[in-house]
Design a protein. Structure first.
Ligand SMILES: Cc1cc2nc3c(=O)[nH]c(=O)nc-3n(C[C@H](O)[C@H](O)[C@H](O)COP(=O)(O)OP(=O)(O)OC[C@H]3O[C@@H](n4cnc5c(N)ncnc54)[C@H](O)[C@@H]3O)c2cc1C
Length: 450
């Protein structure tokens, strides 16, 4: 017999929601985790995104705690090679993983922590009483049912719960509300990566970022590469490629010669409009098939490549963001701010895939620089028992492009779960939580806070 009443309900089982649920449950809260898909991992398992990038800022590992525990568990089972140099030359390290292994390990982590999980369940409506969220009504298996809790963590990526409950949010860039493009990633096997490795050594000029740090491919046990601009330009000019993309961007997974292709660009669609999202799925698959044929024909090492999966769900880089008690800015990031209420750190650059066309606006921090994220970016005054975690926290559009990466979302999720569990234990509203106690606890849990 299951209860319908929990201390904490986490909506969304991506990396942020999964780790929020684990940390809250390890801190003795009763936790329900609600996930629309039939497995955890969110973008990483449902949209084929990867490798995780990056756990580092220079030589310092700035993402630790639960998120790193997850990786070490995968490494111990041969399901990840751990943190290795990023041979695209874009960031410090990448962390390839086996996405089926990721699903299984997250299952184990939530089970071992005692989290109750509801798969194939979507939150359909919310009930607010006396300024607090009292319960959510879920839809699953043709049934509507209600579950309640004292705190709710919105880890839906798209701030679904925040929007449904009437908590203020924003979306897209300030000038016109447009989001970064969506992308349908796909996986190829039977790619001859040795050919690419040799080209990286003999014709490094084909790989613009790597050419500034030559030789990285020699130290990376799994290959990431970004290059072949001429081939892409030609494809666009001849019409063989019907969408704007400037560069080939591929990442070897934990399995040798299996690559994630992160190249389609679905612009001008709204990821939180159901009709627009559905059009984007169809356009994404159209681009995948066009690109697949193009790569087999034109890219060295790809002639025998075979596609084994798309998505299965289109990847959403950006959508709704909470308007929280603090809005993370790029100024904070470049100033490498260490906030008094810091809950996580991150050293990944700004990575804004253009909402208009082919290009990516990348802005790099000095080598080794990192910033922290304050707890206030997760909190709001409108319905204070809803906490944001993951890519939907409060930030400027541009700042979001850095903190949205999966290790960062994992670290935010870990901290969100711990913060809410401590709030429940202390009987204090999470907005007035004892930050010294939170820091002590997060440090005990292995987190890095700057
Ligand atoms: C194309 C693309 C490529 C990327 N590449 C990389 C990369 O190489 N490396 C990297 O580190 N990061 C990458 N990212 C970013 C990264 O994958 C995500 O930003 C990050 O994983 C987000 O984690 P999250 O937990 O905040 O949200 P999500 O992963 O989006 O998880 C949200 C979860 O909530 C569930 N959900 C949503 N609404 C509801 C609801 N109403 N009810 C129940 N469940 C719901 C969803 O099913 C999902 O499982 C990429 C992103 C994209 C789109």
């Amino acid at each position: 017999m299951h209860t319908n009443n929990f201390d904490i309900i986490v909506v969304g089982g991506g990396i942020a929601g999964s780790l929020a649920a684990v940390s809250a449950a390890r801190n003795r809260a009763s936790v329900l985790l609600i996930e629309e898909e039939g497995y955890l991992g969110g973008s990483m398992t449902a949209s084929g995104t990867g490798p995780m990038m990056t756990f580092h800022a220079g030589e310092t590992q700035v993402i630790r705690g639960l998120c790193d525990e997850l990786i070490q568990r995968l490494v111990a089972k041969g399901l990840s090679v751990g943190h290795i140099p990023d041979s695209t030359g874009y960031t410090y390290t990448v962390t390839p993983f086996d996405s089926e292994g990721m699903k299984r390990e997250l299952d184990l982590m939530v089970q071992q922590a005692g989290v109750t999980v509801l798969f194939h369940t979507s939150v359909a409506s919310v009930s607010v009483e006396n300024g607090l969220l009292a319960s959510v009504t879920c839809l699953s298996c043709g049934t509507l049912f209600t579950v309640s809790a004292r705190y709710f963590i919105d880890a839906t990526g798209d701030a679904d719960l925040i929007a449904m409950a009437g908590v203020p949010f924003e979306q897209g860039r300030a000038t016109d509300g447009r989001d970064q493009p969506m992308t349908t990633n796909f996986k190829l096997v039977d790619v001859d990566l040795q050919v690419i490795r040799e080209l990286m050594a003999s014709k490094v000029e084909l790989f613009p970022l790597l050419s500034k740090k030559p030789g990285l491919e020699k130290t990376a046990s799994r290959l990431s590469f970004s290059g072949f601009e001429d081939i892409m330009r030609q494809g666009c000019n001849t019409g063989e490629l019907s969408f704007d993309r400037d560069i080939v961007l591929c990442f070897e997974t934990n399995a040798s010669n299996e690559v994630i292709v992160n190249m389609t660009r679905i612009n001008g669609k709204n990821p939180v409009d159901p009709f627009s999202l559905s059009e984007a799925e169809i356009e994404g698959r159209r681009q995948v098939w066009e690109l697949y044929a193009f790569m087999k024909k034109n890219l060295p090492g790809f002639s025998q490549a075979r596609m084994i999966s798309t998505g299965p769900r289109i990847g959403i880089r950006s959508s709704r963001r909470l308007k929280g008690l603090y809005r993370m800015s790029i100024e904070d990031m470049f100033a490498q701010r260490i906030f008094e209420d810091a809950i996580s750190a991150n050293g990944y650059p700004l990575d804004i895939h253009s909402p208009d066309g082919a290009a990516t606006d990348s802005r790099f921090f000095p080598y080794g620089a990192f910033y922290t994220i304050p707890l206030r970016c997760l909190l709001n005054d409108t319905i204070p028992n809803i906490i944001a975690a993951g890519r939907n926290i409060s930030s400027e559009f541009e700042a979001h492009s850095s903190l949205r990466l999966s290790p960062s979302c994992g670290a935010i999720g870990h901290a969100a779960g711990t913060a809410v569990a401590l709030a429940l234990q202390s009987g204090k509203d999470v907005r007035y939580l004892d930050i010294v106690a939170l820091h002590e606890k997060l440090l005990q849990e292995g987190a890095f806070l700057g």
